[in-house]
Design a protein around this ligand. Structure first.
Ligand code: NAP
Length: 291
C-alpha cells in the first residue's frame, strides 16, 4: 500500500493564516496544507476530529497539526484544546506550537549560545524576558542549568515568569530584575557572561557605555531586527562577530538556525502520531541536529 500524503492542518488565530508558516511547511516536505485563520479554542474540536477520524490509526502519522498566530496566549489555548480533542493514544496526530515564531526563535537563540559558552557555568540576563520569546529563552536557559535573570519594566511580571519557569524546572536558578530600578541587575549587563535582548521591536535595552570593557561578558545576542536594535553595537546580520573578545549575534544572524529548526520540527511531526512539540521539545530536537 502506498504511503499517505503528508497533510498539515494549520490552525492560526490571525485572520489570514501566516504566509511565512505556510512557506516553511511546504519547504519542510508537507504535501497538502489545510490552513485555517481566525481560530479560537472553541473551533478546535470539530477540526481535530475531522483530522483524526478520516485516516486509520496506522496512517495518522501522515497527518499533523501546526498551531500559530500572533496572539501567543490564544495559540497556547488552542494548542491545549487540540490535545484535549484527541481520543486516547490511537486517535491523535502530532502537533506543534510556534506562535509568532516564539518557540523556534528561542530555541535558535539558546542553541547558538550553548555552542559558544558553557551555560551551566554562566550567568545570563534576558532583557524583555516577559514576552513570548523572552519567556521561552529564559526557560530554555534554565533547563540548560544557566543562572538566569529575567528582566522587565515590572518586577511583578518578571516574578510571574520566574514562577512559571520554576513550575516546569523546579531546580532552576531564576531571578527577577526590574529595568526601572537603577541599582538592579538589569542595569548591569556587564556583570553577565550572556546577555540576550528579547525586548519588543525597536526598543533599545543596552548602551555601548554599559558594556564596554567588561571582562565578564562572552556573548551578546539581540533578537530585535527593527532599528534601533536592542543592544547598541550589534549589527542585525552579526553571526559570531567578535568585538573585544565578545561574540555578537543579531536577529538575522540567528535567522538561518531558526529556519532549520522550524523545518526540522515540521518534518519530525510526520515520524509518528504522538508528538507534542512545544518550546522544550523543539529545543531538544535542535540539540540533536547537525548544522
Ligand atoms: N529573529 C526572529 O526570527 C524573531 C522571531 C520572533 C520575534 N523576534 C523578535 O524578538 C523580540 C521579542 O519578541 P516578542 O514577541 O517576545 O516581543 P514583545 O512581546 O513585543 O516584547 C517583549 C517584551 O518587551 C518589553 N517591552 C515592550 N515595550 C517596551 C518598551 N517600550 N521598553 C522596554 N521594554 C518593552 C515587554 O516587557 P515588560 O512590559 O514586562 O517590560 C515585553 O514583554 C522582538 O524584538 C521580535 O521582533 C524575532
Amino acid at each position: 500500500m502506498s504511503a499517505k500524503r503528508r497533510i498539515l492542518v494549520q490552525l492560526d488565530n490571525d485572520h489570514f493564516p501566516s504566509v511565512f508558516d505556510r512557506v516553511v511547511a511546504i519547504d519542510a516536505g508537507v504535501e497538502e496544507l489545510f490552513s485555517y485563520g481566525g481560530i479560537d479554542p472553541e473551533h478546535v474540536e470539530s477540526l481535530v476530529h475531522g483530522a483524526i477520524f478520516t485516516r486509520g490509526p496506522a496512517d495518522l502519522k501522515s497527518t499533523a497539526i501546526f498551531v500559530g498566530g500572533r496572539n501567543v496566549t490564544r495559540a497556547e489555548e488552542i494548542f491545549h484544546a487540540v490535545q484535549r480533542s484527541f481520543i486516547g493514544g490511537m486517535f491523535r496526530t502530532s502537533v506543534m506550537l510556534d506562535p509568532n515564531g516564539a518557540n523556534t526563535t528561542a530555541s535558535a537563540a539558546v542553541l547558538t549560545a550553548s555552542r559558544h559558552i558553557d551555560l551551566a557555568h554562566a550567568k545570563s540576563l534576558v532583557l524583555g524576558g516577559t514576552g513570548p520569546v523572552g519567556q521561552r529563552v529564559a526557560l530554555l536557559l534554565a533547563r540548560q542549568k544557566s543562572a538566569v535573570w529575567v528582566s522587565s519594566r515590572s518586577i511583578d511580571r518578571a516574578q510571574d515568569v520566574c514562577k512559571a519557569i520554576l513550575d516546569k524546572v523546579p531546580d532552576a536558578r531564576v531571578f527577577p530584575t526590574a529595568e526601572n530600578a537603577a541599582d538592579s541587575a538589569a542595569h548591569h549587563p556587564e556583570q553577565f557572561q550572556l546577555v540576550i535582548s528579547a525586548a519588543a521591536a525597536g526598543v533599545r535595552t543596552v548602551t555601548q557605555q554599559q558594556i564596554q570593557s567588561s571582562p565578564a561578558l562572552k556573548l551578546l545576542m539581540d533578537l530585535n531586527a527593527v532599528p534601533p536594535l536592542g543592544i547598541e553595537g550589534i549589527q542585525v546580520t552579526d553571526s559570531g562577530r567578535e568585538v573585544n573578545g565578545v561574540l555578537h549575534f543579531g536577529a538575522i544572524g540567528i535567522g538561518g538556525t531558526k529556519m532549520k529548526i522550524h523545518k526540522a520540527s515540521i518534518a519530525r511531526l510526520f515520524q509518528s502520531n504522538d508528538q507534542s512539540l512545544d518550546a522544550e521539545q523543539i529545543f531538544d530536537l535542535a540539540l540533536r541536529m547537525e548544522f
